[in-house]
Design a binder for this molecule. Structure first.
Ligand SMILES: Cc1cc2nc3c(=O)[nH]c(=O)nc-3n(C[C@H](O)[C@H](O)[C@H](O)COP(=O)(O)OP(=O)(O)OC[C@H]3O[C@@H](n4cnc5c(N)ncnc54)[C@H](O)[C@@H]3O)c2cc1C
Length: 502
């Protein structure tokens, strides 16, 4: 066992802990770092339980790997990392952390760029050994363990001709994505991931293991669907699945001169598809194109090749210089977007409404071109517009779950990628600048009073400056009441922390 006395070193500053802000993380917390005594106690308790738990501290084989997160800029040096496999082991660890007021982080898929699944000197509960998915093909339900990734879900469901709404990138975690809302290619027809969530098994701060659904602990279930990172460790998600056939999907590349024509087409055709079609419009500098900026469009149609081609014919007529769209099994779609590993990455959310205005989108494209030419190794940065008909999502009112961002606004994502800590500040500043451009555009467009448009803040994308009240809006007060009941000591405080009501 290595030393745990001197671990409080922040190796990098995640999005919300930098010179400008400290928002979705609490500014200070009275929770304590892990000590030698804690490690010794936990090791003994977990050994007695004999459920294959692993405890890692600095110096142990595997410790450094266990700190890895999707963004290198979101990694921190934990005092100890627990790789746990069962609700009872998690219960034991949580009870101990509660009693000793230890700072705690829970790691699902590790994709939070804000460092919400990391802790400096505290205890990490790592769920990456809990990835199984059990399919009930008769009931069309999926029982998904709390550390699963979306590829686990999509692959298991597809074997039975089923699918559910899930993340668009294979290795993103089910845990964080679901508990914060969850958008995916099937959102146009089946809503958010939380709209397909039937129940959860959750270990509370007290160590109690409970189920939450519409019929059992219904208020907790309300809280979990949007503000879920605040209430415990979810060990199992039961998700509704749907019969699924092949879909028509792929990636197209266009030269930037086609932007005006592309916007004319997309402003019309996507809404006409009534939720079955969607696309992600972005900018890219693919190496085969010599690093020049190109327009990239990932297209998706839940139907046959013939239907997909017909629906996107006007886009195809614009003559993409590359087009991979074809009929594919649904479970391959989440591997369609190539997202590199091992970079420093930041993620700033933004929102927009249709129609997209040429001058505005062009200005964001120019900003992308400038940033990626100035900051070394930033060519894989992302600036994405997610376009689909959100009518299905709007069928649920914003007060029905703690998630408060339903509306006609669509999500955009500004994702600088770079390699050296010396460019952290510049890269994050760029993401803020572009997000501000989106805000200015929204306020000049019709309906900018926000009525019927949702808050325009998707917490899972926007883990920078936004505060919990920005993300939960009118639902924040009820979350505070429930927080006081389920986690009065605010142990689960790493992402859009909810202050317990007093
Ligand atoms: C490449 C990429 C693609 C993405 N694509 C999408 C997309 O298609 N749709 C979308 O809606 N969002 C998407 N996102 C955003 C994504 O929803 C968030 O990054 C989310 O936080 C990822 O969850 P995670 O479990 O991987 O992250 P983690 O960093 O492990 O966790 C994030 C937060 O959730 C908590 N958490 C995780 N699992 C559990 C659990 N089982 N119980 C309790 N708390 C838990 C953590 O404690 C932490 O607070 C994407 C992000 C990336 C980086």
């Amino acid at each position: 066992m290595g030393s745990v006395g001197n671990t409080d070193t922040i190796v990098s500053l995640p999005d919300n802990q930098n010179a400008w802000s400290c928002s979705s993380l609490p500014a200070t917390t009275d929770r304590k770092p892990v000590t030698e005594q804690h490690v010794s106690d936990l090791r003994k308790a977990l050994k007695e339980l004999d459920e294959g738990s692993i405890l890692l501290v600095p110096g142990d084989d595997g410790y450094e790997d266990s700190l890895r997160r999707w963004s290198r800029a979101a990694e921190k040096r934990a005092g100890a990392v627990l790789l746990l496999k069962t609700p009872s082991a998690i219960a034991k660890a949580l009870r101990y952390a509660s009693e000793h007021t230890i700072d705690l982080a829970v790691r699902g898929g590790g994709h939070s760029t804000a460092g919400a699944s990391s802790t400096s000197g505290g205890l990490v509960i790592d769920l990456s050994s809990m990835r199984s998915v059990t399919v009930d093909s008769t009931a069309k339900t999926l029982a998904v363990q709390g550390g699963a990734q979306w590829s686990d879900v999509d692959d298991a469901a597809w074997e039975h001709g089923l699918a559910t709404v899930g993340g668009t990138v294979a290795d993103t975690g089910v845990g964080g994505l679901t508990l914060g809302g969850g958008y995916g290619w099937l959102s146009g027809t089946h809503g958010l991931v939380i709209d397909n969530l039937i129940s959860c098994e959750i270990v509370l701060a007290s160590g109690e293991v409970v189920r939450a659904s519409k019929d059992e602990n219904a208020d907790l279930f309300w809280a979990l669907r949007g503000g879920g990172q605040n209430f415990g460790v979810v060990t199992e998600f039961i998700l509704q699945a749907w019969k699924q056939d092949n879909v028509w999907a792929g990636v197209m590349l266009f030269p930037t001169e086609k932007l005006a024509d592309i916007l004319d087409v997309l402003n019309e055709i996507i809404l006409e598809m009534r939720g079955r079609g969607a696309c992600v419009l972005g900018f890219s500098r693919p190496p085969p194109a010599g690093g020049q900026v190109l327009i990239i469009i990932a297209v998706f149609y839940d139907g046959t090749e013939e239907e997909g081609r017909a629906r996107f014919q006007r886009l195809l007529d614009l003559g993409p210089i590359m087009n991979t769209a074809t009929s594919v099994p649904y479970n391959s779609v989440n591997r369609m977007l190539h997202v590199p590993q091992g970079r420093r990455v930041s993620m700033k959310g933004a929102s927009f409404t249709l129609p997209l205005r040429f001058d505005f989108v062009k200005s964001t494209m120019d900003a992308y071109a400038q940033f990626t030419s100035e900051v070394p190794h930033s060519q894989e940065s992302l600036l994405l517009y997610e376009i689909f008909e959100p009518g299905k999502i709007c069928e649920v009112a914003n007060h029905e779950m703690s998630f408060a961002n339903r509306g006609r606004r669509m999500n955009a994502m500004v994702g600088p990628m770079w390699t050296s800590p010396e460019h952290d500040a510049r890269s994050r500043a760029w993401a803020r600048e572009v997000a501000d451009m989106f805000k200015a555009e929204l306020s000049r467009s019709k309906g900018s009073d926000g009525k019927g448009e949702g808050l325009g803040v998707y917490g899972n994308y926007d883990q920078y400056d936004e505060k919990s009240r920005d993300v939960f809006g009118g639902n924040y007060a009820r979350l505070q009441e429930l927080k006081a009941r389920y986690d009065a000591g605010n142990m689960f405080n790493k992402l859009f922390s909810v202050a317990p009501a007093v």
